[in-house]
Design a protein around this ligand. Sequence first.
Ligand SMILES: CC(C)(COP(=O)(O)OP(=O)(O)OC[C@H]1O[C@@H](n2cnc3c(N)ncnc32)[C@H](O)[C@@H]1OP(=O)(O)O)[C@@H](O)C(=O)NCCC(=O)NCCS
Length: 343
Amino acid sequence: MDLDRAAQHVGFSTVGRQWVRQLPARDGVQLPDDPESLMEYCGVVDDDRRAMLAARPDPDKDPEWWTIVSALAGSLERDLEQPVPSTGFQGWPMVPTDSSPVGMFAGAWALLSSLPRLVDVHGRRGVPETVTRATVSALGGVMGSHRHIAGRPGVGLIPLWGPPLRFRGADFEIGRHSFTRTQLGLGDGVAGHVLMVHVPPIGPLDPETSEQSIAEAARMFERCYPEEPVSSFICRSWLLDPQLAEYLPEDSNILRFQRRFTLLPAVASEDPHDDDRDMMRTGLSVFAPDGPVLAEDLARVPQKTTLQRAFVTHLRSGRHWQKRTGLRCVAPDAPARPAARTA
Ligand SMILES: CC(C)(COP(=O)(O)OP(=O)(O)OC[C@H]1O[C@@H](n2cnc3c(N)ncnc32)[C@H](O)[C@@H]1OP(=O)(O)O)[C@@H](O)C(=O)NCCC(=O)NCCS
C-alpha cells in the first residue's frame, strides 16, 4: 500500500503525513519470531508485553499500519550505525490520538524488529553487554512513561526521539546518561564529532554518578568508535535553562549539573510554547497540549515539588521556559588523530 495513503487513512495530520512520506517505502517488515524474549530483553514489563503482543500488526488486517511499521523499520535499517548528521534528527511524531492499539504500538514493533541487527552491531564494536541492555531498555521505559502520561498502553502518544536513535546504534545508555554520536558540520563536510548528553528519567541526577557516566562514555567511544574522536559533550535541554536558578536551591542536582557546562547564548525559538511543552512532558511527565500551555493545563500539574511549583509560577507570570545548550570540551590537549579524507 502507498505510504501517503496509509498515513492519511489512519488520520495523520498534513504535517504528520509529510513526515511519513520521507520514510523509505518497504514491502514488508520481518517481525521477530520470539517477540516475548526480545521484549523482556528490552525491559518491557508483563502488562505491556501482553498489550504489545495483542497489537501485533498484520499485513491483511492492518494494511495501513503494516505499511507504516515497515517504513519505520526500513528507516532504522537504512540508518543503521550512522551517527546523527550535523543537520540533526527529526524524531518520530505522535500517532493520531484515536489510533487503534496496533497504531499505539506501531513504533514499538518497528524498534523491536531492529533489535537483532543492533545487538550484532554492538557486538562487533565491542560495546559491553550491560550497555546494550541498558540502551534497549528505553523501549520498556517509554512504555512506562506512556502509561503514566497518556493513561493507556503503547508508545504512540509520545514523540520518539531517543528510542529510534538507540535502535539504530547512534545512542547508548552508559550509567546515568545516554550519549548520541553526532557529527559536527560547518558547511564543508564533517568537521568533528561530539556526543550529545541526555538525562533519561531513571532516578536523581546525582553529580558523582553523572561524572562517572561521562568519564566511562569518553573511554567507551574512544575504544569502540576510534574513527570518531570526540571533541566535546553537548547537552540541549530544559535542564540548562538559567531561569531555573530563580526557583531551585543552589545545591539542587539540576543547578549543579548546569554549572558543569558552558552555556551557549540563547537562540530565539520559532514557537515559544514549544519549550514549555517539552519541559512539561519530558521534565515533569505531564501530558502536554498541542498548542500553548493554558491555565487549565497548568491546573493539571501537581504542586508537590519545587520544580512543579516553579514550572507553574513561571508560566502564570507570562514568561516562558527555554531549552538551552551547554558544552564541555574533552581533553583539549589530546593528540590529533589522522583525519579521514573528505571529498
Ligand atoms: C533530571 C532529573 C533526574 C532531576 O531530578 P533531581 O535529581 O531530583 O533534581 P534536583 O535535585 O535538582 O531537584 C530539585 C527539585 O525539583 C524536584 N524535581 C526534580 N525533577 C522533578 C520531576 N521530574 N518531577 C517533579 N519534581 C522534580 C525535586 O523533587 C526537587 O524538589 P523538592 O526539593 O521540593 O523535592 C529529573 O527531573 C528527571 O528525571 N526528569 C525527567 C528526565 C528529563 O527531563 N531529562 C532531560 C531530558 S532533555
